[in-house]
Design a binder for this molecule. Structure first.
Ligand code: GUN
Length: 293
């Protein structure tokens, strides 16, 4: 078993981003700037946004966190997004998901200028990604590709099974792995809650991307010997043993599965850290105008 070490890879790439941010500041007289909007008081979302902001500071970006109460109207939120779209001091703009039920995430996603959509969720970015055109790739799938690239893992011709079809991870991941690109060129099976024989599908996989949000869903008995295992799960359970008051569990039973896998990501210390890197890279590209000029 070889570890896909998110801690190592993310710190190396963040060092490069830090240097590029310094060069950007020198050339442009300002820092790349990410704005994150958070609505309500979901504990996990608050943690994620705080971590995004902290990492921006770490690499020398400017970051702004706009926090609204749960009851903000969709109209007010869209008005704020339009204001930020027009602000040339803002390079990247994200709205943390999930949103309260009275706000339509599709309307919010489409309100964001696709040239500032560093989450890569806008239909223009999604369509361009599918066509292999320059675009912003969603942060988690992007981070996974960067990790595979770092370790020189050749995915061409492999059978990838993606578990979970979310807009944030599973669906874009299935598109990216199928693209004529590197990493990519996989034969992809996208499985989800209505898939009949999910375990049999996973057993056929050379690469498993587990993004289903169920603690230890992937067990050793459903993994092929030598498979590459990418664990996207961040399942929080309260714990008296940690300072934070909770403990994180992956979608993969690491202890069991690691003895069968050729490569595997740990949780924590794997994909989560790479997601931040994907977001930082997109924000830098947005500032530099290297995707959309
Ligand atoms: N919620 C869970 N993951 C993400 C993400 O990558 N971006 C946003 N905006 N919300 C999320």
């Amino acid at each position: 078993m070889n570890l896909l070490d998110g801690k190592l890879v993310s710190s190396k790439i963040k060092e490069d981003i830090k240097q590029e941010a310094a060069a950007f500041l020198k050339a442009m007289g300002r820092r790349p700037h990410l704005v994150a909007i958070l609505v309500g008081n979901d504990g996990a979302s608050e943690t994620y946004v705080a971590s995004k902001m902290r990492n921006c500071e770490l690499v020398g970006f400017e970051s702004t966190n706009i926090h609204y109460e749960e009851d903000i109207t969709e109209e007010l939120l869209i008005a704020k997004i339009k204001e930020l779209n027009a602000d040339n001091q803002v390079d990247g703009l994200i709205v943390q998901l999930p949103l309260p039920k009275h706000i339509d995430p599709e309307r919010i996603t489409e309100a964001i200028d696709y040239r500032k959509d560093v989450d890569g969720f806008h239909p223009i970015n999604l369509g361009r990604m599918q066509r292999n055109l320059p675009c912003f790739i969603p942060a988690t799938p992007y981070g996974i590709l960067l990790m595979l690239q770092y370790y020189g893992i050749d995915t061409a011709g492999l059978h990838a099974v993606v578990v979970g079809r979310s807009n944030i991870v599973g669906s874009p991941m299935s598109i990216l792995l199928a693209r004529n690109s590197s990493p990519g060129n996989c034969t992809v099976t996208l499985t989800h809650s209505r898939t009949k024989n999910i375990k049999e599908e996973v057993l056929r996989a050379d690469i498993v991307v587990a993004a289903i949000g169920k603690k230890h869903f992937i067990t050793a008995d459903i993994v092929k010997e030598g498979a590459i295992i990418i664990d996207v799960g961040i399942n929080r359970e309260s714990s008296t043993q940690t300072k934070s008051g909770y403990k994180l569990y992956g979608d993969v039973d690491f202890e069991q599965v690691s003895s069968k896998a050729s490569w595997i990501t740990p949780v924590p210390g794997g994909v989560g850290l790479m997601t931040i890197v994907g977001l930082l890279k997109n924000t830098l590209d947005a500032a530099k105008g290297s995707v959309y000029s």
